[in-house]
Design a protein around this ligand. Structure first.
Ligand code: PLP
Length: 384
């Protein structure tokens, strides 16, 4: 396989937003031009139109746009009245925003361990993290499961625990939006789902953006107030403390076009994942998808035997193939988060994964010859 006379080392992008831009062509320019013509840069008609499209896409009743995925999480916790003395349970193997919003509201994140096969919160550790929170004198209020790397969390088990303990569930689908769980799309699984339109996410816009998806009309009313300074009947009648967190009209216009091709991209991403699994399953632990789940493959993440990762990354880099490590330090190891409680005083799977994982280029426009270059390079580097 690696008998080429000369190794092609043309740089491969990790995520090719340019390829998608070329496919969309003038649709995006036209959409943006409509906004720069009507000049309703905030609250233009594209915002409500996109919110309706997004809700319809996943089969939910409502979607509320906001300025980022982080704000989407924050706004829901604000609507739930989360604050000092409250504990919010979440995994430590995630992007910091999952726990950051909890801390910003004066509440305490309590970290649970993850399942080594799915990278997602482990229900049995979650139960122990709830006990840990109580031992710390905190009142457990909510769980934020994360659909890490695009794979849905174990939502039925989480919902059962939430019900038994009286906790709210806010699904962090910043990476998972577009995936499905037991025949239903994320957005319809938890009472509230937050997603991000950061450009590198599976459904990204051309800047920052986010949304909350829910079936609860009372939550929608609160979110719509909170995203504009807690407005009441009108703009200068403020009934609660809120923030500035609107989805820009231009971003909504871009997202309307991007959502139209999202089903095609979901299928394409899955084909890429299947090809990676076929090409690599004998040299590394490739990510699996439990029965009844689909992944959106926000990342394609391998697990390697300890000690192999840095060498593989360097070898690939020399051949123009980028890799990334999500996440080299889990949250409980970060300066900003290390004072917060962890279940069982230690979450070993999370620590182990942080040493083993490496993510490969992944997007819906990764053509087979380019992907073969990645597969062959990984194989050559890992074969004894
Ligand atoms: C990207 C991300 C966020 C935050 O989204 P932003 O739009 O960048 O604020 C939150 N949680 C997870 C798991 C993410 O990957």
């Amino acid at each position: 396989m690696n008998q080429r006379a000369r190794i092609d080392s043309t740089p491969i992008p990790f995520i090719d937003v340019g390829a998608q831009r070329r496919r969309l062509g003038s649709l995006i320019d036209d959409a943006i031009a409509r906004v720069t013509t009507h000049c309703l840069f905030l609250g233009g008609p594209e915002v409500a139109a996109f919110e309706a499209d997004l809700a319809a896409f996943c089969g939910a009743k409502y979607a509320v746009g906001c300025a980022s995925g982080t704000d989407a999480l924050m706004l829901v916790l604000m609507a739930q009245g989360i604050g000092p003395g409250d504990a919010v349970l979440c995994p430590a193997f995630t992007f910091c925003a999952t726990a950051e919003v909890v801390v910003l509201l004066g509440a305490t994140p309590v970290f649970a361990d993850v399942n080594p096969a799915t990278f997602n919160i482990d229900p049995s550790s979650l139960v122990r993290a709830i006990a840990t929170a109580k031992r710390h004198g905190l009142k457990p209020k909510a769980i934020i499961p994360v659909d890490l790397f695009g794979l849905p969390a174990d939502h039925d088990a989480i919902a059962a625990i939430a019900k038994a303990e009286g906790l709210f569930v806010l699904d962090d689908a910043a990476q998972g939006f577009g995936a499905s769980y037991k025949g239903r799309k994320l957005g319809t699984i938890a009472p509230a789902t937050a997603t991000s339109f950061f450009p590198a996410k599976p459904l990204g816009c051309y800047g920052d953006g986010g949304a909350v998806i829910t079936d609860d009309p009372a939550l929608v009313d609160k979110l719509k107030s909170l995203r504009v300074h807690g407005q009441g009947a009108d703009k200068y009648d403020n009934v609660r403390i809120g923030m500035t967190s609107r989805l820009d009209t231009i971003q909504a216009a871009v997202l309307i076009e991007k959502l139209k091709i999202f089903p095609y991209e979901i299928a394409a991403r899955n084909l890429v994942a299947v090809r990676y699994a076929e090409g690599l399953r004998d040299v590394a632990i490739v990510p699996g998808v439990p029965d009844g789940y689909t992944s959106i493959w926000a990342q394609y993440t391998l697990r390697l035997r300890p000690g192999l990762r840095d060498g593989l990354a360097a070898t690939l880099k020399a051949q123009g193939i980028p890799t990334a490590v999500y996440y080299p330090k889990p949250l409980h190891r970060l300066e900003a988060y290390r004072q917060f409680p962890v279940a069982d005083n230690g979450i070993p799977v999370t620590d182990q994964l942080a040493e083993e994982v490496i993510s490969l280029p992944m997007h819906g426009y990764l053509d087979p010859p380019t992907q073969d270059r990645v597969i062959e390079a990984v194989r050559a580097a890992l074969m004894p």
